[in-house]
Design a protein around this ligand. Structure first.
Ligand code: SF4
Length: 335
């Protein structure tokens, strides 16, 4: 077992995780978006055109770009998506390496909304720092950029810092290599994207825990621990459904379940629908059957006036004014 830098945290928190059979993983919408935004950052470095992004995604990319640009001083070499290897046989891809005359910046973007904490405790970035130090033998500054949180945490990782990290990582890897199934340790974040969720005996056991005593109102502390389990349970249920679908699609049996087709229909062109229905429905009656998308209006106005989406949004909001209804709902979030 050679740990990948991005999985070090899981080796630390659940040392035996790699012993659990893993299911093939499909990209979640969040992972697909993360890849898209990473491609946008690489395109900016390489001066290539960007894929279309919505306003919020563009704002996140712009924020990250404004943070890294000052590091790219004249004469520096900027390498996006650089694959690096360690002496231990491990490897990882660094989002951006900026090589200056007498220093080196290693940048990692995290486009999710969950806080990844401070760079000082970030094992993945420290592993990259070790790769870089072994290769270039120069001062390394590690940068953890979380655009959705407007956070840029950095640390000058000198020899001492990296040697400490090297020892810490070696300890984690040794413990993980000697781990058994008894060392599984369910919790967040280690279970969140773990590919072993479906087959994990400890997680299933944890999820099967139901109140054993007579019915009672859960205490405040129990509600907190129920909420923590609920977050993992949702991810577990999603992973189980996705694995069952994958098996059925491959012709494997999941007793009691089968694949069914669900039909849904939609009208592709409102104009064509009106042309066919105009003897029966007035244009106004047809419009009453249509829903309208604010982001699509913004995009259309931006295209027709050749202005940015942000400017188009301001114009549309000012023109439509009070007929834009804002819906506010309550959601639970971690305090
Ligand atoms: S699902 Fe959680 S407890 Fe099970 S192996 Fe993965 S990280 Fe460990």
């Amino acid at each position: 077992m050679i740990p990948r830098p991005s999985e070090l945290f899981r080796h630390e928190l659940c040392p035996g995780w790699w012993l659990v059979p893993q299911s093939p993983q499909e990209d979640s919408p969040e992972a697909a978006e993360g890849k898209k935004l990473h491609r946008a950052m690489a395109a900016l470095v390489e001066k290539k055109p960007l894929e279309p992004l919505d306003d919020e995604q563009m704002a996140a990319v712009k924020w990250a770009w404004d943070e890294v640009q000052p590091l790219m001083v004249e004469g520096s070499e900027c390498l996006a998506e650089m694959k690096m290897h360690g002496k231990d046989g491990s490897s990882g891809t660094i989002d951006l390496v900026v090589l200056c005359h007498d220093c080196l910046h290693l940048i990692d973007y995290k486009f999710g909304r969950a806080d990844q904490g401070d760079v000082a405790g970030h094992l993945q970035l420290h592993q990259y720092g070790i790769y870089a130090c072994d290769r270039w033998n120069t001062h390394v500054t590690l940068h953890l950029i979380q655009p959705r949180l407007r956070s840029h945490s950095r640390i000058l990782a000198g020899q001492n810092v990296l040697e400490n990290a090297r020892a810490q990582i070696a300890g984690i890897v040794a413990k993980s290599q000697n781990a058994t199934i008894d060392d599984l340790n369910p919790g967040s974040p280690q279970c969140d994207y773990c590919p072993g969720k479906v087959n994990c005996p400890r997680l299933s056991k944890e999820l099967a825990v139901l109140p054993a005593n007579a019915p009672k109102i859960a205490t405040a502390e129990e509600m907190t621990s129920h909420m923590e389990l609920a977050a993992i349970a949702e991810k577990w249920a999603k992973a189980v459904k996705s694995e069952a679908k994958r098996r059925l699609m491959q012709g494997e049996e999941v007793p009691g379940y089968t694949l069914a087709s669900r039909k849904s229909s939609k009208i592709e062109s409102i104009g064509a629908a009106y042309a066919k229905l105009k003897e029966t429905l007035s244009r106004e009656d047809l419009l009453l059957c249509c829903s309208i998308s604010l982001p699509k209006i913004v995009e259309a106005v931006a295209k027709s006036k050749d202005i940015s989406n942000a400017k188009a949004r301001r114009e549309v909001e000012s023109t439509l004014g009070e007929i834009i209804v804002e819906e506010v709902s309550k959601v639970i979030k971690r305090a």
